[in-house]
Design a protein around this ligand. Sequence first.
Ligand code: ANZ
Ligand code: ZN
Length: 875
Amino acid sequence: MTAQAFERYNPREKEPFWQNLWAERKSFVVDTADPKDPYYVLEMFPYPSGRIHMGHVRNYTMGDVVARFQRARGKTVLHPMGWDAFGMPAENAAMANNIHPREWTYANIAAMRTQLQAMGFSLDWSREFATCDEEYYHRQQALFLDFLEAGLVTRKTSKVNWDPVDQTVLANEQVIDGRGWRSGALVEQRELTQWFLKISDYAEELLTALDTLEDWPEKVRLMQRNWIGRSEGLKVRFAIANGTAADARAVEVFTTRPDTLFGAAFIALSADHPLSARLAASDPELAAFVAECRRLGTSAEAIETADKKGYRTTLEATHPFDPERKLPVYVANFVLMDYGTGAIFGCPAHDQRDLDFARAYDLPVRPVVLPPETEPAAFSVGTEAYTGPGTLYNSDFLDGMSIEDGKDAVARALETRKVEGKPQATRQVNYRLRDWGISRQRYWGCPIPVIHCDQCGVVPVPRENLPVRLPEDVSFDTPGNPLDRHKGFLDVVCPECGESARRETDTMDTFVDSSWYFARFTAPHADTPTIPAVANAWLPVDQYIGGVEHAILHLLYSRFFARAMKATGHLDVTEPFKGLFTQGMVTHETYKDGSGNWVAPADVVLDQSVTDRAARHATTGEDLVIGSVEKMSKSKKNVVDPDDMISTYGADTARWFVLSDSPPERDVQWTEAGIEGAWRYVQRVWKLVSDARAVLEQSPSTVASDDPESAAMLKVSHRAVDQVTGDVGALRFNRAVAQIYELTNAVSRFVPLAVEEPSIGRQNALRTALEHLVQLIAPMMPHLAESCWEAMGHKTLICDADWPVPDPALLVDDTVVLAVQVNGKRRGEISLPKDAPTDQVEAAALSLEPVARILDGKPARKVIVVPNRIVNVVA
Ligand code: ANZ
Ligand code: ZN
């Protein structure tokens, strides 16, 4: 062996080298519109905030492992990247720093692209786009017009959460404790005419199709199910005993528990119910209460947590089955107008909100569902409503029935009756899912392509006039939507009548942008939103990877878009994402100084030598308090900058670390010790290859193994290939890493043997094992793998190499020893893989020397094989 000084692996030199080579050779560009064996892997595209964070590193590393693995397995892989680039932060930056949102956004994109490229992801950069590219939002406007034509868009007034400081409508999720999530201002309720996509038309379809998404996490499907919120119930019309005016003679409620009707204690109307409004007109006290309810807001959270409050009107409703029983009619703060009918009957014994309300207003609590195995006398309802199973009682003709039978009996009894000329009850399915309000009163979004004309109403912008461009010359010195003040944008001629008209100034919710980008990637520069044949060839996305925070809205909107795009001829798939994986977060310890300020990990020196870990400030030396492990966030300063990691350790080390430490669906805790461990592993693999150089320089032979050690080495190696293939295919990256470590240990033990006491078999086993090892790490540490591959004498890139295929014979768990008899007399033994096929066993037995001698060239009369135990040859 020639003494070669071991040189440490230098990622700073190697990583850019391989990245440039891949780019030069267009290794990851797929330009085929008609892919053979297509595989589409996609990670949720980033918002261009300016810098990538560890969450991105983890997410995109996982996607990259899948992409490189599938590519090696012979698939044509589409792995694109783009930017979810519209949205508020760009406008906030414009206001704060006097920089145009466009400039801010594209500068951020440039910075983040450089960072992503330094990670060595196998992305097809030729398909890159940002949603704020004119080319992209142009096609989005075309889609909008198609949807409009197909009846998938509507315009309606709705109550919105209005942030008086940011001058914008907020989604319910953006209202936190009644305040705007950004501004912190008290949110007001306003009526606005807005654009909606009719996702609720697809509620049932979006719900039932969840069952087909077998490669989605069950928890995500459950969240979607709950969000869609299907409930089967009954609309029941209550006559109002003392209602005089025509609109006050009956009130209709929606209930999912008609079986509890005999436990009804009151009727409650939403503050926004027309009847409430009419009564409030002549009742100032009620008017004040209604106003108070409005301030509470429309968010489910606000309603859930607020005290249940009501105002008792003078009206009384008649119980449908007992004309003598009168139920007081309240206006209550916990009844929503946009669900069911905006009115309920309250049954305190079996609904917690109703019970809280009844206790507050001293209303009767009459239980009507008796829990199983309970005596009526022994059962009462205190502070907790009973919502469990049971038998109906205290309920007249329903007594003794199950809940389900009771529901049906009430429906049947009331369906045929009439109140004020209408059926007293109708069965109804309700969904919690509302239409999707997409209007935003912001500049930095996709303009909604319509024109408002006094004569013609709403007129779509003619397609030949698309795109409706965002004007460049806008100012952000006053709050609100700058488009509302931009004459050049606003003033247009009506395309229908030619009179002067006004352009729509609402832009689209950025969730629209991210609801079809996956389809656009299949033909990113087409002059139609998609090229249907190409989109159909690639879609659905085989593996989608992203944060669980998008489990509901983004995924539901995308599922709706796929259907809407199918209805308008842009696609022919209904489900956009075949496989979904939601990865955990990257966490880190937190540190605080004596004055309670957070301290960044980069400024912390950890003392690991004492049993109690201690931390001090790197520059001041001050003792620090080590706090809990939290999701990396700027607010707690517990962030590690990927750039710092790359410049110190290289991308491969960071990639290896985020894959190795915990199951990918769980959180991974970033530690200095962990990253150092990964760094040592990188060096170890490199050293193994260097140490084996002398052996690898020998020309390969076909001898598989010629001694037990090399046979064992091959076995370990093939088994590792088999297991890593299974684990990576199932996205169990940490288990794959564990297998690779085992293989590495085995190779480490084998190298000295093969180097110091070489044989052809050993040389060959070592070559095979090392090649396997390098191929297995290639999807995870692609730069190191290329360097090793080259060092092993290969003239082609490992990113173009086929994935290794294990030899099934070497995967057999263990060998068994079978006794061989001739005419009942033991003549020897053979050792074979367990469960070896009978003909193989027979052949081995017959070729055994003593057996062959006895047979003396004549065929055996009979061979009896008892699997894994004995072979009897009848001569
Ligand atoms: C009487 C009753 C008795 C109810 C009982 C429940 C339990 P889901 O399952 O979400 O559809 N409800 C109906 N419309 C409402 C509205 N606009 N605002 C607030 N609550 C409303 O819930 C349906 C139940 O929620 C309905 O069934 C109704 O209360 C209430 F033991 O009717 B129930
Ligand atoms: Zn007109």
